[in-house]
Design a protein around this ligand. Sequence first.
Ligand SMILES: NC(=O)c1ccc[n+]([C@@H]2O[C@H](COP(=O)([O-])OP(=O)(O)OC[C@H]3O[C@@H](n4cnc5c(N)ncnc54)[C@H](O)[C@@H]3O)[C@@H](O)[C@H]2O)c1
Length: 389
Amino acid sequence: MEPERLSNREALLERISSGCHELDGPKAVGVSASLAQLDSPVRICLVGLGRAGAFHMQSLRFVGARVAQLVCVVDTNLELARRTATEFAASDCVARATLEEVMADVALAGRVDAIIIASTTDTHYGLCKLALSASKATFTEKPISHHAEEVDEVICLAKAARAPLPAAAAKRREEGPEATTQGGCEQVPFLVGYQRRCDRNFRAPRHRAAGGCQEPPNSRPGSLSVGALRDLIADGALSSEPGIFHDMLSHDFDMIHFLTSEIPDEVFTVGHCYDPAIAALDDVDTVVVTLRYASGLLATVDSSRVAAYGYDQRVEVFGERGMLTAQNESRHTVELATAAGMPPPPPPPPGMTEGVADPMSEHALLGAVARAAERSWREGRNVKLAEVA
Ligand SMILES: NC(=O)c1ccc[n+]([C@@H]2O[C@H](COP(=O)([O-])OP(=O)(O)OC[C@H]3O[C@@H](n4cnc5c(N)ncnc54)[C@H](O)[C@@H]3O)[C@@H](O)[C@H]2O)c1
């Protein structure tokens, strides 16, 4: 039977979200199997070639040039961009120092279908505006901005951004950007790098908590617990983001919002630092945050940078009629039973497994939750969200 074809928008969303993070194992094969039904590769411009940029290049290598073609790499460190373009071994991949230069070059800009923004956070707002104004499918690393009004502005722009439907786009591709095209438009795909939203394991509790199952456990506000452990110290890979609340816990605050659509009123944090290198940065590596919501919902986030076995995330939702739990998928289902017992298979590497994210995946107040959690740790008291929003 002929496999069902994806619409242009679905295809682009799926393709750029497959570039979201490291892909590995059977789930990733599932993604590329559906992508293999597409006619031509998505041509990608990757902006920012640091740690996050390296994740994206790993994903692009994984899905292969038949699915996603890296046509341009951009970094203000032009030497790094040139080296990356050469090392990526794509003969027609060019290096530029800024996205403005790419967009000003009409021929080069015309060769770009999608832009991945993985530069430092302070640049996301301007680069998102540039990419969306040019109607390019856009994936930006999180967060869009630390300023709520900038987040709102980018989301409004993304909602309004339109691109020509596939037939018109194909004509432009053949005849160049000057081609006169007729026909409709579709919304430009836009994704933010909260990759756990893409994971089917964390999407399922959301649908159920929202009433998608016959016995929704959360018909009345209950409690919710999000746990996350990440092995970021092993490779010395601390993000350029300012501290654990913004770099790591922002994913957990996003997950609670994704599951409940609620924003807390009040936050209380306790934290400890075991690692002297992190303590020297005036930061902590182990944190428990309690969040109180107007609906009565209580949530906790329990997070540590230390996880000897890798990457581990879990969600528990407790409600009036039952509970839901979700966790990362295993890399495989092979079980080894010996006199030592039956150790579980290793967890997958961090990142998305499959699926398409909620396109508008950032609430303007999520940054305030991270700021409130940090202030609560620093000042040792409850912090109302209104104090930092
Ligand atoms: N979703 C996730 O799990 C995740 C993980 C890591 C990082 N991130 C996000 O990715 C972003 C980058 O983090 P990182 O750790 O890779 O930082 P990094 O410092 O390692 O790399 C940033 C790169 O961007 C380049 N750059 C800066 N301004 C630029 C500009 N205007 N144009 C082009 N290039 C520019 C820098 O030269 C550098 O090479 C941050 O916003 C961070 O929050 C997200």
